[in-house]
Design a protein around this ligand. Structure first.
Ligand code: HEC
Length: 132
């Protein structure tokens, strides 16, 4: 009788566990990064406005007040065609190590000493949200 009830408990649990594994939230997180929270977008926006706007412009279009000094110009970060070519990890890497760290122009400064990981991930989420 004891064995029987243990078997029943397992028989009930197995389909529940299987369902849990197919939970859509988990399936999505394996493919794409999780959607940013409002808090993350808010933090990302304040980081972008404090550190990035002078070169990248208010909306990331590459038209900041300092952009005319820069050769090459920063590209339009809000361009969906551009965004498709880069993963979040690549953007994080460029921001953390700067242009020189990833074989691009050294006019893009490295931010790894100024911004922590949470701020860098938030600013990437914000840049993604600028999509035209
Ligand atoms: C002093 C000017 C300057 C500032 C400030 C600056 N950037 Fe840049 N950034 C550049 C330039 C110039 C490039 C283009 C480098 C190239 O194309 O070789 C660039 C490139 C980038 C790229 C790579 C785009 C690509 O083509 O892959 C990202 C992402 C980026 N910047 C994010 C940021 C973020 C986020 C901040 C603020 C934390 C920031 N930048 C601040 C000048 C700047």
């Amino acid at each position: 009788m004891r064995k029987m009830s243990r078997f029943l408990a397992i028989a009930w649990l197995a389909p529940l566990l299987a369902l849990g594994c197919r939970h859509p939230e988990r399936a999505r997180s394996a493919a794409a990064p999780p959607r940013p929270t409002q808090y993350q977008l808010h933090l990302g926006k304040s980081v972008f406005q404090a550190y990035c706007v002078p070169c990248h412009g208010d909306a990331g279009a590459g038209d900041g007040s300092n952009a005319f000094n820069l050769d090459p110009h920063p590209r339009d970060l809000s361009d969906p065609q551009f965004q498709k070519t880069k993963t979040n990890a690549e953007l994080v890497d460029t921001i953390r190590r700067g242009g020189a760290g990833v074989g691009m122009s050294s006019l893009m400064p490295p931010w790894g000493h100024t911004l922590n990981d949470r701020q860098i991930e938030a600013v990437v989420a914000y840049v993604r949200s600028l999509k035209r």
